[in-house]
Design a protein around this ligand. Structure first.
Ligand code: M6R
Length: 369
């Protein structure tokens, strides 16, 4: 039950560190990822020519984050597709296609039908699921469970970070089988992943109050934009979805590089914009491009709320607010930057007097097509 928490969502956000830690547990051996459930599938992974990720909503954003890791580490081309679009366009499914579905509930009808469709056409199916024994894992050839624990609030939070964790584990498992990264890199990424729970806990401890305060100040805002790049792009989409879902405010996420291709026209004085800034340590190029995006929107009067790693001073002259995340490898920033966005959505919905657990018009699990 809720324990001392004001809502299930508040409780579940506070459980994000454990959700990640529990999903990792038992899957690391000698500084490499070995997922016991995937034992016996080495040949399948060695022969995989393409991975197709299918999911809906937040799970699809986790899939988009996972694409960066699967391609970078396992060196397999990845497409991410919304389950409800996939089935209706006569998709090409070769024998070398591995379909990875992602679903917290394991009962989402759109995703289930897409998995069945792929299976009937000869693709191998692997499901990432949070609910033991649910229909989607039962209909799949293999399953990697996320161990986020039961998620009650309609807005998915701890399951989202667990899904990204499972995708990173899957990417490192496949990379090991395919020998596509060195043992040293594998070990480095394993260490980075294992450090994530404590870093999320740090954000919850140090940034929660300020982020909630910010949300309260913004209770009357009519629209919020979110910008990100690399893994920060799907995180921007997730930040926008969460805000729409529970606070009923118009919100839109963009790839920061798209700004000048259209969205910058939306910027007018006072428009709040969250910007997720990639670390300057790994790629100063990406970092500097996002900082110049910030300058561009600031010059047009945007109210800029930056999410940046500790010590990144380049953002300071152009930001109205800076929320800090601990230092992490470029892939792992996704798991950190999303935390303030979950807190912000919850804070804004609360400030507007809304029921954060049961938003209007929505069900926890969408069991109709
Ligand atoms: O149970 P699933 O992961 O398959 O659900 C998919 C979406 O319906 C779900 O993520 C939805 O977008 C959430 N309410 C978002 O917070």
């Amino acid at each position: 039950e809720k324990g001392g928490w004001s809502s299930f969502m508040a409780k579940e956000v506070s459980e994000e560190p454990e959700a990640v830690a529990n999903t990792i547990r038992g899957r690391i051996h000698d500084s490499a990822v070995v997922i016991p459930e995937l034992d016996g599938l080495d040949e399948l992974f060695a022969g995989t020519e393409r991975i197709l990720v299918i999911a809906c909503g937040t799970a699809a954003y986790a899939g988009q984050v996972g694409k960066y890791a699967l391609e970078k580490w396992a060196r397999v081309p990845v497409d991410v597709e919304l389950a409800h679009e996939f089935r209706y366009r006569d998709p090409v499914l070769s024998a070398g296609t591995l379909v990875v579905s992602i679903s917290q509930s394991g009962e989402t009808m759109d995703t289930l039908m897409a998995v069945k469709y792929a299976r009937e056409r000869g693709a191998k199916t692997l499901s990432i699921c949070n609910t033991q024994g649910a229909t989607i894992p039962r209909e799949s050839d293999a399953v990697v469970y996320t161990h986020a624990g039961p998620e009650v609030a309609v807005a998915s939070t701890k399951a989202f970070v667990a899904q990204i964790t499972a995708l990173y584990l899957l990417a490192l498992h496949i990379a090991r089988v395919r020998d596509s990264i060195s043992a040293a890199d594998q070990a480095r990424h394993v260490a980075e992943l294992e450090a994530v729970p404590a870093k999320i806990a740090h954000i919850l401890e140090h940034e929660q109050e300020r982020t909630t305060q910010l949300a309260h100040w913004m209770a009357d805002t009519r629209s919020v934009l979110f910008l990100g790049r690399h893994v920060g792009f799907p995180i921007a989409l997730e930040g926008a979805l969460k805000l729409k879902e529970i606070s009923y405010i118009h919100a839109e996420g963009f790839a920061a590089g798209e700004l000048k291709h259209g969205p910058i026209a939306l910027i007018e004085p006072g428009q709040p914009v969250f910007v997720i800034v990639p670390s300057p340590r790994e790629s100063s190029l990406l970092h500097d491009k996002v900082v110049s995006n910030i300058q561009e929107i600031r010059a047009r009067g945007a109210r800029v709320i930056v999410i940046a790693e500790a010590g990144d001073a380049a953002v300071l002259p152009f930001a109205d607010e800076v929320l800090r995340i601990p230092l992490a490898g470029p892939m792992f920033e996704a798991l950190l930057a999303v935390v303030p966005l979950h807190i912000f959505a919850m804070g804004l919905a609360t400030a507007r007097g809304l029921d954060v657990d049961q938003p209007r018009n929505l069900a926890k699990s969408v069991t109709v097509e």
